[in-house]
Write a protein that binds this ligand. Structure first.
Ligand code: F6P
Length: 378
C-alpha cells in the first residue's frame, strides 16, 4: 500500500472533512501517499486530483462543513448523460476510462465517501478490478449494514434546536408548527429529533399516515389545555394510499433519485389548519441540516471511520464498506450493502426497492415514541 485516493460523492454531510483528515493522517503515519479526486466521480473521470497533506491543504479542517475536495451528485460514470453531435441526449458508460485513470496513476485503493448511490458505483468499480473501500455518509442515516452514518448526528442536533425554537413560538400563538426535515426513504432524522425536541407528531416514510389520527392527537391536546402542537414531517412522508410530495422532476440521469422532494410539510399543515381550526405554519429546514460544523459525536465517528478504512486497506481487505455495529468498527462487503438495489416505481420516488436502511417497526425509537405519546399517524 503506497498510494491511495479519496473521493467524496453525492450530497454533502457534516464530517466529510473529518474523515478526509483521518485518512490522510493515518496514511501518512504509515508511509502512504494520499490524494483526493476533485468533485467525486467527476474528478475520477477527468483524472483531476490533488495531493492531500496533513500540514497543508488537509490541515485545520476537522470542524469544517462541506468537503475540501468537492462533490458531485449527478455523475454516474456508468450511465452518464451526454449530448451527442446531433444535439440528442445519450447515456454512456465511462467507467473504463476511470479504471484506466486509476491504474495508470498507480492508486492502490480508492476510498469512496458517500451514500447508497456512491457505494453502488464503488461496488461496480470493484467488479472491474479496482480496490475500493466505502465509508457511509448521509444525514439520512439510511445506508445498509451500519448502525450509523456520519453526518446524521449533526442533522438531528440542528433539527432538535429548530424544534426548541418552534416550541416557544407555537405556545405563544396557539399554533400548530410543522417542521419538514430531510429523509427521503427513511425517517431517522424525524423520529429522533421528534423525541429529542418533545414533538407531538412524527410522520415518517415508513408509516404512511392517516391525517385523522393526527387531528385526534391535536384535538386531545387542545382539550387538555394545550392549544398548540409540534409536528415533524419527513420530506418523504406520504398519506396512506398516497405518494411522496414532489417539488419537481429533474433530468440528470440519477434514476430514482431523479425527483426533488418538497411540500410534504406544507401539505400536512394545510389539512390540519382546515380540520382543527387552529392556525398552522410550516418551516422547511432544508440544507441547513447538511451544512456547517459537525457535532463532536460526528467528528469522533468520522475519525473512527477514516482510521478503520486505512487499516482495512493495509490488511488487504477491499471491496467493503466500513461499518459501525453496536459501537464497534467493522466492515460489510459492498455487494451486501448495495447488491439488492433495484430501481422500481420511479414515478413515486418513494418505493425504491433496495437495502436502504429504513426504520423497522420493532426499532426501539418507535417503541419509545409510542410510549411517550408521539403520534406516528397510524
Ligand atoms: O443527503 C440526502 C438528502 O439530504 C435527502 O434527504 C434529500 O432528498 C437529498 O439529499 C437532496 O439533495 P440534493 O438536493 O443535493 O440532491
Amino acid at each position: 500500500m503506497k498510494k491511495i485516493a479519496i473521493l467524496t460523492n453525492g450530497g454533502d454531510a457534516p464530517g466529510l472533512n473529518a474523515v478526509i483528515r483521518a485518512i490522510v493522517k493515518t496514511a501518512e503515519y504509515n508511509g502512504i501517499e494520499c490524494y483526493g479526486f476533485i468533485e467525486g466521480y467527476r474528478g475520477l473521470l477527468d483524472n483531476n486530483y490533488v495531493k492531500l497533506d496533513s500540514t497543508g491543504n488537509a490541515s485545520g479542517i476537522l470542524d469544517k462543513g462541506g468537503t475540501i475536495i468537492g462533490t458531485s451528485n449527478n455523475t454516474n460514470v456508468f450511465n452518464l448523460k451526454t449530448i451527442n453531435e446531433n444535439g440528442e441526449v445519450e447515456y454512456k458508460d465511462y467507467s473504463e476510462k476511470c479504471v484506466q485513470n486509476i491504474k495508470d496513476d498507480g492508486f492502490d485503493c480508492l476510498f469512496t465517501l458517500g451514500g447508497d448511490g456512491t457505494q453502488k458505483s464503488s461496488r461496480d468499480f470493484s467488479l472491474r478490478g479496482i480496490n475500493c473501500i466505502g465509508i457511509p455518509k448521509t444525514i439520512d442515516n439510511d445506508v445498509a449494514s451500519t448502525d450509523i452514518t456520519f453526518g446524521y448526528n449533526t442533522a438531528v442536533s440542528v433539527a432538535t434546536e429548530a424544534l426548541d425554537r418552534l416550541h416557544t413560538t407555537a405556545e405563544a400563538h396557539h399554533r400548530i408548527m410543522v417542521l419538514e426535515v430531510m429523509g427521503r426513504y427513511a425517517g431517522w432524522i424525524t423520529l429522533e429529533s421528534a423525541i429529542a425536541g418533545g414533538a407531538d407528531v412524527a410522520l415518517i416514510p415508513e408509516i404512511p399516515y392517516d391525517i385523522n389520527k393526527v387531528v385526534q392527537k391535536i384535538e386531545s391536546r387542545k382539550a387538555k389545555g394545550k392549544p398548540f402542537s409540534i409536528v415533524v414531517v419527513s420530506e418523504g412522508a406520504m398519506e396512506k394510499d398516497g405518494t411522496v410530495t414532489i417539488k419537481r422532476k429533474l433530468d440528470d440521469g440519477k434514476g430514482l433519485d431523479n425527483i426533488r422532494l418538497g411540500g410534504a410539510g406544507e401539505k400536512v399543515a394545510q389539512i390540519l389548519e382546515e380540520l382543527t381550526g387552529l392556525d398552522a405554519r410550516t418551516t422547511v429546514l432544508g440544507y441547513v441540516q447538511r451544512g456547517g460544523t459537525p457535532t463532536s459525536y460526528d467528528r469522533v465517528l468520522s475519525t473512527k471511520y477514516g482510521v478503520k478504512a486505512v487499516e482495512l486497506a493495509m490488511q488487504g481487505i477491499f471491496n467493503v464498506l466500513v461499518t459501525c455495529k453496536d459501537g464497534k468498527m467493522s466492515y460489510a462487503t459492498l455487494e451486501e450493502v448495495v447488491g439488492n438495489n433495484k430501481e422500481i416505481g420511479a414515478a413515486s420516488g418513494g418505493t425504491k426497492e433496495s437495502n436502504i436502511r429504513k426504520i423497522k417497526m420493532d426499532d426501539e425509537l418507535i417503541h419509545v415514541a409510542r410510549n411517550i405519546g408521539i403520534c406516528l399517524g397510524d
